[in-house]
Design a protein around this ligand. Structure first.
Ligand code: ASP
Length: 325
């Protein structure tokens, strides 16, 4: 009896020592950061910026992997099912919260399937169109879309994507359904908008700023309560008479549920270091946004945000009665 107890005690001690060693050595190899949308889009842009700086802090490479499709749920599902060892993480956005209600048959739980690491940034959206779309300003665009709702096409990154949510608000605002075309991310959708194969999109400034400034697409309105410094001449949706179109896209970093807390905390520290980097702040400012403050780049802050956003969107989606399955 005494011998058995001693053996069990030794086993526990050995496990504890191994876990401690693991935590101390973490990370000792590269980390995969899954972006649940295509390369070249806005979520990808944020992820690559942050991953590069986090890699420097962690002393290990973070490799970004794009797993686009189904409004971000394919990539999120891949991370939820990954080994919870701190070597696979997910950089997702508001879609993490809306998918909890929009998708009734997910193989993972957006609320419980992840260990939140921290908030990353919150990004405004812009209503943009191919450069030769007729209307001269935002109110004219809304009238034009209402009149031509059966022929206008609008891109999105799948059900639950930010572009899809903004598109739903847009259709409510013009009070007409519009044909939507889903892509694996708004990176590829942007290519088609520039090419004129699609008419409209609502997308983060992290994807639209350079194109609007370069004149390859037309920017009509920003979805924030106030105008943006980068587009002083572009009206807000409220100025154009559509305050219900206000929406912004928060991004968070997650590990799979069950990831050792030491690894999650180390990731959070690296995230905070990245967000405190003036180079990242400057780049994000050029794209119309800012890094989340250090106090928000924490597991507790992201958990609170995610839970609050799941609760906020649930009744809205249920009232609309539109589901992805
Ligand atoms: N902007 C996209 C969305 O609509 C996603 C992306 O490609 O980053 O959610």
């Amino acid at each position: 009896m005494a011998f058995t107890t001693m053996r069990a005690g030794l086993a526990v001690a050995a496990t504890l020592m191994a876990t401690t060693a693991l935590a101390q050595d973490y990370p000792d190899r590269s980390i995969t950061m899954v972006v649940p949308f295509a390369a070249g889009g806005p979520t990808d842009t944020v992820a690559r910026l942050v991953a590069e700086r986090m890699s420097a802090d962690l002393g290990q490479q973070i490799i970004v992997e794009n797993v686009g499709g189904a409004g971000g749920t394919l990539g999120a599902g891949q991370v939820a099912a990954a080994e919870a060892d701190g070597y696979t993480v997910l950089l997702h956005h508001i879609g993490m919260a809306t998918s909890a209600t929009l998708y009734r048959n997910l193989a993972y739980s957006p609320a419980d399937g992840f260990a939140p690491v921290g908030l990353v940034t919150e990004v405004p959206m812009t209503i943009v169109a191919r450069k030769d779309l007729e209307p001269a300003d935002f109110p004219a665009l809304m009238a034009y879309v209402k009149e031509n709702a059966d022929t206008i096409t609008m891109a999105n990154a799948g059900i639950g994507a930010a572009s899809h949510l903004c598109g739903m608000l847009f259709m409510q605002a013009v009070d007409a359904p519009i044909v939507t075309v889903p892509y694996k991310g708004t990176g590829p959708a942007m290519t088609e908008l520039i090419g004129g194969q699609i008419d409209l999109m609502c997308d983060q400034t992290t994807n639209t700023t350079e194109q609007i400034k370069g004149g390859t697409i037309k920017g009509y309105a920003v979805t924030t309560p106030a105008r943006l410094d980068i587009f002083p001449d572009m009206p807000t949706v409220a100025e154009g008479g559509f305050p219900g179109l206000e929406v912004s896209v928060w991004h968070g970093l997650y590990a799979p549920a069950g990831t050792p807390p030491e690894a999650v905390d180390r990731l959070a520290t690296a995230l905070q270091a990245a967000l405190a980097d003036p180079g990242i702040a400057t780049k994000l400012a050029e794209l119309g946004t800012a890094p989340s403050p250090a106090a928000d780049a924490t597991p507790a802050a992201l958990k609170a945000k995610l839970d609050g956003e799941i609760a906020r969107w649930k009744p809205i989606i249920e009232a609309a009665g539109v589901y992805a399955d």
